[in-house]
Design a protein around this ligand. Sequence first.
Ligand code: WTA
Length: 647
Amino acid sequence: MTESQVIKVSEAAAKSTLTDAQKAAEMRAIAKEDPEGFWSGIAQRLDWSKPFSQVKDVSFDADNLRINWFQDGELNACVNCLDRHLPERADDIAIIWEGDEPDDDKKITYAEALEETCRMANVLKARGVKKGDRVVIYMPMIPEAAYAMLACARIGAVHSVVFGGFSPDALASRIEDCGATAVITADEGVRGGKTVPLKTNVDKALGKTNGVRLVLTVERTGANVSMQAGRDLFWFGEARNDVSPECPAEPMNAEDTLFILYTSGSTGKPKGVLHTTGGYLTYVAYTHEMVFDYKPGEIYWCTADVGWVTGHSYIVYGPLANGATTLMFEGVPTYPDASRFWKVIDKHKVNIFYTAPTAIRALMRERDEHVTATTRASLRLLGTVGEPINPEAWLWYYNVVGDARCPIVDTWWQTETGGVLISPLPGATDLKPGSATLPLPGVFPAIVDANGKTLEGACEGNLILTGSWPGQMRTVYGDHQRFIDTYFKTYPGSYFTGDGARRDEDGYYWITGRVDDVINVSGHRMGTAEVESALVSHPKVAEAAVVGYPHDIKGQGIYAYVTLMEGEEADAGLEKELSDHVRSEIGPIAKPDLLHFTPALPKTRSGKIMRRILRKIAENEFSSLGDTSTLADPGVVDTLIEGRKNR
Ligand code: WTA
């Protein structure tokens, strides 16, 4: 990257920001020299009911793995997000809710949010939910989703939010895995003018699992849904008004679990990423302020769904811990039309806007007038997350959406990391389109080669973290060994991210994407193994292999190679049948974009599928297939190439 492609942060933007280059450099130096002092200072931004005496106790040694932060401290996450702001901000807006329809919105003050949360906590308590119990939240983007999370935090229950786009099967397996005793849902969700039958999906899921004693259903549309006596309760119609608007908060140890969130890995079923209370909340509050340069009174909008970690950390916990106004959007960027985001920005005078590259690419395809017809005058800062952003989309976002006056923070992080690890600091970091730039103060990445050798200077390899940060996940729920094996065995003594990265001569990081069998489809993480297992669970499928391929809007698309059982015919009807099958096993986001019926898959003589070849063919890279001589039947490759050319 040459000097001319570096975007200097404008003086005006730099002045309006909290950090400057010098302050950032100082923070980095302090965090390096005295990490305990540094993090102890950062943790003071929270209210601790009992102060901690030890900052951290960490070892990344796989035989003796320990990750503890602020271990003997006590605090409650809900109190930190709501109660403690009341003396100053009772009447300030905590949540601006923008409904699916443009004329549907609502503003909720901190006092109101606390009351609703306490009521919900009391309903859970009245039904026997107590500290440590797991509660699954399967909700649309309505304020009650945030109350549900905070209500759990208040009484010490562990929430596990399941994205409302997941199928009943996917929901059931998560309920089962975490052993949930309660589910909080809505009658229906509303997105892009269509309804989603959430309560019906819950009923289907509960037909496949035991243990759930309470289904609390928020009436979003008032649709007629079936209710099981003794188990199901309506929120507005029944539960809410019967309980007190006050609820004492459970004092929690810093290392008590706050939530579990399922995410895809390279093998097996999704894993329950577990985050604890003190470190997570410290980290998301710190990063929300640093990365978004958040200042009191500003309107902040993150367009993620609470079903993903971005929604947890940067719609709910981070902003509310900082007393911010967080906007929660129920709809989609293209409904009623492609100007929706920009109109909402003008309507609510949004200052900070955080979205995903896939949305930017999709909106960039529409006419620029959708953007330019709005003023976006309130905007000060833009952000992206979820996948690498291509420089073309970055520049469109910068020039057209931000009128070349708003810095863009390209934030790299993961469900596992709890919060942002690599990102520009607005005002302090010069930007390069497509680069997540530099680690935040207190974060220590490194790049290693395949043998684990640490590379210096400008280089490319695999991205690891050599030390802990408070927001790091603590375990895989119910499978600590999987946690150790997945993250701490590949490069002993370090946390392995699963991502590849390049570092340039200025020390800037460029994330190149996953190096494992995880693909990133529209910013959603998907294990290729999960899609494969959904496909082979269909009676007509003998074998399936799934890989990612470059997709203009989604970043990566899902390419599925399928071999059928003897005697089955490949045709358009079966293609649709298989697509629908994956949809019902996992959800619409897992539907293959391309389905390639093939009589055989390329295998080694020992029967191992050579995925490298399948990836190259899916990418249309026929000339760089590499060595195919170890294949049991090299002729398979030509058949596959012919099949690829036809689509
Ligand atoms: C990818 C989302 C490039 C990466 C917060 C990571 C990114 C995975 C970026 C985690 C970015 C996330 N640039 N790639 N700014 N942000 N990723 O767990 O591959 O849903 O490992 O967390 O998304 O996805 P997850």
